[in-house]
Structures are given as structure tokens and as C-alpha cells.
Design a protein around this ligand. Structure first.
Ligand SMILES: CCCCCCCCCC(=O)SCCNC(=O)CCNC(=O)[C@H](O)C(C)(C)COP(=O)(O)OP(=O)(O)OC[C@H]1O[C@@H](n2cnc3c(N)ncnc32)[C@H](O)[C@@H]1OP(=O)(O)O
Length: 237
């Protein structure tokens, strides 16, 4: 497993610097130019195959894209930044304009999308709106190592949070996340996170998920989450 991971790394590094959308920023660039270059990266949809994707990930991706053809499933695009509307929902709730937060956050981006192709979080989420569930296909790269050769539990928790959050829609915050790690996940392997909305109670959304191997034989983790819809009348700061 580690050997194939090393081979994967070699091809990943060979690709560095020439993949589409890779930021090629140098410190001598003027701020305006720097912002312009970054824009291209921000608007790229990262939930699409790239050369670092394993055979397993590509195969599952193709299977789910087929399911999208009749409209029962949809692939969720993934950007480094949230849409303007989504950002506004959170900004008005959490940020104090007096503190100059807007300027500080101009470079902010979703940290799961901050790695070079294949080194960190490679994932795509498919949603079935009628069944209120999502399937997240996740390949955790070599920079997400915890115990040697294994995926860090925090990286798994991050993906679980995102997978559960993808079942909610709208502006929500994670209030509680409870994870049982049952088996360690091999680094660079592909796992499938099946998430569902179990109950909606006012602003509270109760969700659950399981994380399995591609052949479904190994149950890696089970988790539940409580997400709260942000109350526009409230400010948290
Ligand atoms: C497709 C891509 C998707 C991307 C998804 C990305 C997911 C990323 C999500 C995150 O990482 S969010 C960051 C981590 N979470 C936080 O920082 C949240 C910090 N906590 C808060 O900001 C507030 O506590 C929170 C917004 C969650 C709730 O505050 P509110 O003032 O809006 O709610 P309130 O305290 O009035 O509670 C509302 C209800 O929820 C219940 N509640 C709140 N927190 C709870 C909790 N922790 N456990 C159990 N119940 C809880 C509370 O008892 C109450 O129940 P009732 O309506 O029945 O009275």
C-alpha cells in the first residue's frame, strides 16, 4: 500500500506546477496581480477528477455520474470559497465589520481544498434530494497521515463534518459531532461516506453517517452530528 502511495506521490509531484488552476504566486507580485491569479483558482470546481485520482475513485465517480443522468442524484460542485450569498449569511451572523474582518478574510478558503492535487483531501459529494442523503467519495492523500501509513483521525473527522453538512443545505453550524473510529483507514485509499438526515426539529438537524471501504466489507467509522440553522436574528460575536 505504501509503495503504491509513493508511486502516486511521484506522479503527483511530477504534475505540480503544471496542473490547471495551480497557484503560481511569487512574493514579488503586486497585490492586485496576486488577487487576480488567485481568482482563477477560487472559481475552479474541485469536485472533478484529476490525475491523482485512483482507479477506485474514478470508477465510483463514473458510476455516480450515471445516476445523475435521470436527475435523482446531483454532483455537488466544490469551490475554495463559498458563494457570495452563502458567505453573506454567515458574515452578517459572525463577523464584526468594525474589526476589519473583511480584509483579513479576503484570502480565506476552504482548507480541504488548499492542498496540491492528490496530497490532501480528494473528494466529491453526490446528493439525493428526495432521499435526503449524500454519498461522499474520499481519497485521503499522503499529507493527511496520522499513525504511519494511516489516515489521521482529524482528517477523517473533517470529511465526516463536510459530508454530514452536505446533507443540510443552507447556513448551518456543527454543534455536535460524535465519531466512533472502528478501523484505521489506510492512507491513499478510497472510502465511501454515506450520510443521511434523520430528523429535523425546528433549527436542529440530526444527521448520521457511516464510512466504508469501496467493497463495503470494512466499516471504518460511524458518526452522528447535530447541525443548527443559523438564526439571522442572532449575532454570535
Ligand atoms: C457541501 C459543503 C458543505 C460544507 C459544510 C462545512 C461544514 C463545516 C461546519 C463547521 O465546521 S462549523 C464550525 C464548528 N462549529 C462551531 O464553531 C459552532 C459553535 N457554536 C455556535 O456557534 C452555536 O452554539 C450554534 C450556532 C451551534 C448554536 O447557537 P444558537 O445561539 O444559534 O442556538 P441555541 O444555543 O439557541 O440552540 C438552539 C437549539 O440547539 C440546541 N443546541 C445547541 N447546541 C447544542 C449542542 N452542542 N448539543 C445539543 N444541543 C444543542 C439548543 O439546546 C437549542 O435547542 P432547543 O431549540 O430545543 O432549545
Amino acid at each position: 500500500m505504501l509503495r503504491s502511495c509513493t508511486a502516486g506521490l511521484r506522479s503527483i509531484w511530477a504534475l505540480r506546477g503544471r496542473r490547471e488552476g495551480a497557484p503560481r504566486l511569487s512574493t514579488d507580485l503586486q497585490p492586485a496581480r496576486r488577487l487576480f491569479s488567485t481568482e482563477k483558482v477560487i472559481h475552479k470546481d474541485w469536485a472533478l477528477p484529476n490525475p491523482s485520482w485512483s482507479k477506485d475513485l474514478k470508477l465510483l465517480f463514473d458510476q455516480f455520474m450515471k445516476k445523475c443522468e435521470d436527475g435523482s442524484w446531483e454532483r455537488l460542485p466544490s469551490y475554495k470559497r463559498r458563494s457570495t450569498q452563502e458567505s453573506e449569511d454567515f458574515t452578517t451572523y459572525f463577523l464584526d465589520p468594525k474589526l476589519g474582518e473583511e480584509e483579513r478574510l479576503s484570502q480565506a478558503q476552504l482548507f480541504t481544498r488548499g492542498f496540491e492535487d492528490g496530497l490532501g483531501f480528494e473528494y466529491v459529494i453526490f446528493k439525493n434530494n428526495d432521499e435526503k442523503r449524500t454519498v461522499c467519495l474520499f481519497q485521503g492523500g499522503p499529507y493527511l497521515q496520522g499513525v504511519p501509513g494511516l489516515l489521521h483521525g482529524g482528517a477523517m473527522a473533517t470529511m465526516i463534518d463536510i459530508a454530514l453538512g452536505s446533507c443540510t443545505g443552507g447556513a448551518v453550524m456543527t454543534a455536535n459531532l460524535n465519531i466512533n473510529f472502528k478501523r484505521p483507514v489506510p492512507l491513499c485509499s478510497v472510502v465511501v461516506i454515506n450520510s443521511q438526515l434523520d430528523k429535523l426539529e425546528g433549527r436542529k438537524l440530526f444527521l448520521s453517517c457511516n464510512v466504508r471501504s469501496v467493497d463495503e466489507k470494512t466499516l471504518y467509522s460511524e458518526a452522528t452530528g447535530l447541525f443548527i440553522k443559523v438564526d439571522p436574528e442572532k449575532r454570535s460575536t
